[in-house]
Design a binder for this molecule. Structure first.
Ligand code: PGA
Length: 252
């Protein structure tokens, strides 16, 4: 059975004070969040130990990026092994901001996926098309290629440590969300691509990201192939994030 997941990607936002406040409020509500959903906090790397301390085992923790290399003379890089050592479970790989602003190619993304899986962590591969690509009718093709290249070397048991996050680039931080129907169509297409790679497609969680808010999460999360969300801006507001964590349909 695939997992329901709500992951809050704080991006380059936060402070020690924010960790205390925000993680504190989320933890106070931890008992009343959806029982079946895993709640993940993905803060900037330096705050990981603080989030962990504050969360006290009630929330899972992730890191926003890791190096394509294992260890050594790579100033400024953080390895997957270090993330594991700090108690992270999840690693975002290939977020569109990394691809666009830091020039991460599918090849780099694939190497990072390799490092994450070697370390026994769960990789959240982020994929998504730009508005031009969608308007040109290429969205499914672009996303399929990102998945096929990014996950090219994944085999056997490793698939149980793979999550895919579909994040249309035009929906990230813009207030524009894909309609639940459009998102569902892409998620179903993603599962077909995974099937074509001999992956256990029905067991892999596929999250939606891009301007998810308290008022659109329920519609998205009730779609059969949407297993939760990767939340940016709204994950920095306790009440919004908590509502999103409660947005799964009853009994799901
Ligand atoms: P957003 O970001 O919710 O602010 O659109 C999502 C993401 O980039 O993961």
């Amino acid at each position: 059975m695939r997992r329901k997941i709500v992951a809050g990607n704080w991006k380059m936002n936060g402070s020690k004070d924010l960790v205390q406040q925000l993680v504190g409020v989320i933890c106070d509500h931890a008992g009343s969040l959806d029982a079946g959903a895993e709640v993940v906090i993905i803060p900037p790397a330096p705050y990981i130990p603080l989030v962990q301390q504050r969360a006290d085992g009630k929330l899972a923790i992730g890191v926003q990026n890791v190096s394509q290399w294992q260890s050594g003379a790579y100033t400024g890089e953080v390895s997957a092994e270090m993330a594991r050592d700090l108690g992270c479970w999840y690693v975002l790989v290939g977020h569109s901001e990394r691809r666009q602003l830091f020039g991460e190619s599918d090849e780099v993304v694939a190497r990072k996926i390799g490092r994450v899986l070697e370390s026994g962590l769960t990789a959240v591969l982020c994929v998504g098309e730009t508005l031009d690509q969608r308007d040109a009718g290429e969205a499914e093709q672009v996303v399929a290629a990102q998945i096929q290249k990014g996950l090219a070397s994944v085999t056997g048991e490793q698939w149980s440590k793979v999550v895919v996050a579909y994040e249309p680039v035009w929906a990230i931080g813009t207030g524009k969300t894909a309609t639940a129907d459009d998102a569902q169509a892409m998620h179903a297409a993603i599962r077909k691509v995974l099937e074509g790679m001999n992956a256990p497609a029905e067991e892999i969680s596929v999250l939606y990201g891009g301007s998810v808010k308290a008022d659109n999460a329920a519609a998205l999360f009730s779609e059969p192939d949407i297993d939760g969300g990767l939340i940016g801006g709204a994950s920095l507001k306790a009440d919004e994030f908590i509502s999103i964590c409660r947005a799964f349909p009853a009994g799901a």
